[in-house]
Design a protein around this ligand. Structure first.
Ligand code: FE2
Ligand code: FE2
Length: 325
């Protein structure tokens, strides 16, 4: 596994020192209470000793883009298992960097937000994301022994989130867009996991995610409602930027390359991916993932008040089907 040096990201933000600790927003305070109650411990609550599958598969083969294609048919059983493990490692690595980014962003949010309810809740999310980072790192290290680098679009997204000084833009990109995507991905991987330990890891992470998205759902509608026309456009543009970075550029090319696919075969993989996307002929799990992720994204944007006429066509360009009005 390659070792990567920490990457410095210079930031300027204003820390708000709070003097009033009374409950002002009961719903947010309840999320904070739930977070304290529902902490789990990656060292104790995951059955790390449980054996994996006899054939070495981690996820269902159906989650692999080329599953069922002529390329897939040409692979030996050993190569299929190897690809299965590498694709799982690629996706989990991506999620793991997302957890690191989320932890850092929430630690900034503790400083930047106003009000004890907001600060206390963010402090719990810092701890949640640390545990997620820890549990995915341990899974990759102990169960797979493979990890991949951080994809460029994900790095761009987090660089932007971490250098943005306004809390509500961080929250839009993190607790609304990135976490809606991550939840759908964890659900798909958890439900289709072949390795029982992966199933347990995903289940545990998902328990915390509803609180994180809850923060966005509770805190953002007011910001959107009170925004001026100019501010509103900025909120919409930032939402679309986060969506574009989150939904594109997540192709596990390195995992395929490590299996020795030639450049011509890589083109074939990309073509097959595009064609199945266009014909909407996905394997059931991936089809469900897209539907699940797209519909929760649309629902959440609508609830916050961001599904405007400017945003709708940009969502459609990303392949998201919108409900008729
Ligand atoms: Fe997380
Ligand atoms: Fe989260």
């Amino acid at each position: 596994m390659e070792h990567m040096e920490p990457r410095p990201i210079p930031t300027t933000m204003t820390t708000m020192f709070e003097y009033d600790y009374a409950t002002n927003e009961a719903d947010l305070r309840r999320l904070y209470e739930n977070a304290k109650r529902d902490q789990w411990n990656a060292s104790k609550d995951i059955p790390w000793k449980e054996p994996g599958t006899a054939d070495g598969r981690v996820i269902a083969d159906e989650l692999i883009d080329i599953y069922g294609s002529p390329l897939w048919e040409r692979l030996s059983e050993a190569q299929r298992v190897e690809l299965n493990r590498r694709i799982a490692a690629w996706r989990l690595s991506t999620l793991m960097y997302g957890e690191q980014g989320a932890m850092l962003a929430c630690s900034q949010l503790v400083d930047v937000v106003e009000g004890a309810d907001h600060k206390f809740f963010q402090a719990t999310q810092v701890m949640d994301e640390a545990r997620h980072n820890e549990v995915l790192d341990r899974y990759l290290t102990e169960r797979l022994g493979i990890r991949y680098g951080m994809p460029k679009n994900e790095r761009d997204l987090f660089d932007s989130i971490l250098t943005e000084s306004r809390w509500y833009l961080k929250t839009i990109a993190l607790q609304l867009v990135a976490e809606t995507f991550a939840v759908a991905l964890f659900k798909m991987m958890g439900e289709s996991a072949r390795d029982p330990v992966l199933g347990e890891v995903c289940k545990r992470v998902l328990q915390d995610e509803s609180r994180h998205m809850g923060f966005g759902m509770l805190s953002l509608p007011r910001v959107v409602a009170e925004a001026s026309e100019t501010e509103r456009r900025e909120l919409e543009d930032y939402t679309c930027f986060a969506l574009e970075k989150t939904l594109t550029g997540f192709f596990p090319a390195e995992a395929y390359q490590d299996l020795g696919f030639s450049p011509a075969e890589m083109d074939e993989i990309r073509r097959y991916r595009r064609e199945t996307a266009a014909s909407n002929d996905f394997a059931p799990f991936r089809k469900y993932f897209r539907k699940d992720m797209h519909s929760s994204m649309v629902q959440n944007l609508a609830r916050i008040g961001l599904l405007s006429d400017r945003v709708r066509p940009r969502l459609e360009r990303l392949g998201i089907t919108l409900p008729a009005r």
